[in-house]
Design a protein around this ligand. Structure first.
Ligand code: ASP
Length: 323
């Protein structure tokens, strides 16, 4: 098994003033930790990055993806990725969409740094390793293990700024639990297409709607350099009417516009027939994406565009979270 460390709070320490920062060397690279697995698991650890996760980029996600593919080709039977929690869900979903799903890949992190009382890092790391080692974890896509729960990369999200139970799957719930070094699964996802990538495009934007929103921000996006746009729309999937002219400009430029809801729970649907309502937005050509949150829909759009999908293929790929 291979552990790939990328940084984040799990690898950080707190100073006497309570400030948390990166260590020169990741404490999880300590050789003694291998003994936690009673020699039942042959664990190799590698530090691919040592970054806070707000420094994660699409290029770095691609580098991580390439390293995992290389490990699979070399016969590694499971991979654990440690990551900062702020953008963990985006990296996990990027890997989920782009890896062939032949070996378990489990992503984990921590809310408390390595020397804090009640630090959850080592425990989460252990749980992730036990999960990646379980034959039951195969073929379930990329998994996120935190605080004794197993979530899918597709739907998990960070819901709390500091609490150790921050990772949740709104609407659908976790798919498994970890206890006493064992993982038990209770649900399974509908399988999805895996997309092979060798590069990633940029300028795919995410904009959240709000009451009284005007067109200014969207007008700045309405230019030929933009590759794609995801809207976190209101409620079931509606936009303030003042935004419509700029949205039309963006669509006229042939830029795909994908819509999800800014609501924490539920699925966006074209329900309302009024100015800016979902029925009108869908007729304009906006793509309704089912079940994903804004950051995940942005990753999916970016992956589809990077793979060179045609506009019709992008519509099909994005219009259903499981296609
Ligand atoms: N800011 C940190 C990061 O994402 C948070 C964490 O790791 O929990 O790197």
């Amino acid at each position: 098994m291979l552990a790939l460390h990328t940084g984040g709070t799990i690898s950080m320490s707190q100073n006497t003033a309570g400030e948390v920062s990166l260590n020169k060397s990741n404490p999880l690279l300590d050789d003694n930790y291998d003994q936690l697995f009673d020699h039942q698991i042959n664990l190799t650890s590698e530090e691919i990055f040592n970054l806070p996760s707000p420094h994660m980029s699409m290029q770095r996600m691609l580098q991580l993806h390439d390293r995992i593919l290389q490990a699979e080709a070399a016969g590694i039977d499971g991979v654990v990725v440690t990551h900062g929690t702020d953008t963990l869900e985006e990296t996990a979903y990027f890997l989920d969409l782009t890896l062939p799903d032949t070996i378990p890949v489990v992503v984990t992190g921590a809310m408390r740094s390595s020397n804090e009382i009640g630090s959850d890092g080592l425990y989460n790391f252990m749980s992730a390793v036990w999960t990646a080692a379980s034959p039951q974890s195969r073929g379930k896509g990329v998994l996120v293990v935190m605080n004794d729960e197993v979530h899918t990369a597709r739907y998990v999200t960070k819901t709390h700024t500091t609490n150790v139970s921050t990772f949740r799957t709104p609407t659908f719930g976790p798919i498994g639990l970890v206890a006493q070094h064992k993982v038990q699964f209770f649900q399974e996802l509908i399988t999805q297409e895996n997309v092979a990538l060798d590069h990633v495009v940029d300028r795919v934007y995410l904009v959240k709607a709000y009451a009284g929103m005007d067109a200014q921000l969207l007008e700045a996006i309405a230019n030929p350099n933009t590759n794609g746009l995801v809207l976190e729309a209101l409620g079931a999937g509606n936009m303030p009417p003042q935004t419509l002219p700029a949205l039309r400009q963006i669509l006229d430029l042939g830029i795909p516009v994908v819509l999800v809801s800014r609501c924490f729970n539920g699925v966006a649907q074209a329900v309302y027939e009024y100015e800016g309502g979902g029925v009108q937005l869908e007729k304009m050509g906006i793509i309704y994406c089912r079940g994903l949150n804004g950051p995940k829909a942005r990753i999916k759009l970016l992956v589809g565009l990077s793979a060179g999908k045609s506009p019709a293929e992008i519509r099909h790929y994005l219009s259903d979270a499981v296609s």
